[in-house]
Design a protein around this ligand. Structure first.
Ligand code: ADP
Ligand code: TYD
Length: 204
């Protein structure tokens, strides 16, 4: 039986990385073999593209094309083989991030993103997406207080992240069956409890 494909989304600092490990643990407890991965990245080539994407200034369409190029590789080498083996895949960001950051944040036309989505995914979409929603100031405050060097996206202005957040929320409104909104401003413990409940229901 094909495994399930779960993605985590939200602004930088929303809490995805913090909660991903917990989610994987809950799924494993239910007997699932889980492949944990991320975008951009997840393959040797994808990780090289990630380095470029996070550091190198580029045209917004180049940025979108490289995101989807890394995704094509990721699907072919990691995600599809894992799902076909019956493993579950938990991925830190996927195509909703392209619609939110390149579409909402940068203003790239949605029809171009939709064309890339159809080309690269050919109908394969996440079964479940957990969208960690937090007010922009909280998310950016968390990123800054981590005290590490900010990447090219994290250096963007507050207005950029406001547009990213609005685009994510719009995606959630358009796909309520797939995208589950999580209030990322709640405590780590409260969110863990929510994830445990979600794990129980998806593993049924
Ligand atoms: P993301 O992967 O979405 O960029 P992280 O999981 O790396 O976000 O979290 C960013 C920072 O915020 C980390 O220092 C983390 O400990 C903290 N953090 C994450 N979730 C919460 C939460 N619910 N409440 C308070 N702090 C949090
Ligand atoms: P991420 O790995 O979440 O960064 P961090 O671990 O520093 O929180 O993602 C890196 C950046 O890539 C993030 O700012 C969002 C951006 N991104 C896009 O702009 N489009 C995409 O399609 C993806 C997958 C990520």
């Amino acid at each position: 039986m094909r495994g399930k494909f779960i993605t985590l989304e939200g602004l930088d600092g929303a809490g995805k990385s913090t909660h991903l490990a917990r989610l994987v643990e809950f799924l494993q407890r239910h007997g699932k073999t889980v492949v944990q991965t991320r975008e951009p990245g997840g393959t040797p080539l994808g990780e090289k593209l990630r380095e470029l994407l996070l550091a190198e200034p580029m045209h917004l369409e180049t940025e979108a094309l490289l995101m989807f190029a890394a995704r094509r590789e990721h699907l072919a080498r990691v995600i599809v083989p894992a799902l076909e083996r019956g493993d579950w895949v938990v991925c830190d960001r996927f195509t909703d991030a392209s619609f939110a950051y390149q579409g909402g944040g940068r203003g790239l036309a949605l029809d171009k993103l939709e064309t890339l989505e159809t080309w690269v995914q050919g109908g394969l979409n996440p079964d479940l997406t957990l969208l960690f929603d937090v007010p922009t100031e909280i998310a950016l405050g968390r990123v800054k207080s981590m005290g590490r060097e900010l990447d090219r996206f994290e250096q963007e202005k507050v207005e950029f992240f406001e547009r990213v957040r609005a685009a994510y929320l719009e995606r959630a409104r358009a796909a309520p069956g797939r995208i589950r909104l999580i209030d990322g401003s709640r405590s780590v413990l409260e969110i863990s409890a929510i994830l445990e409940e979600i794990s129980i229901s998806v593993c049924k």
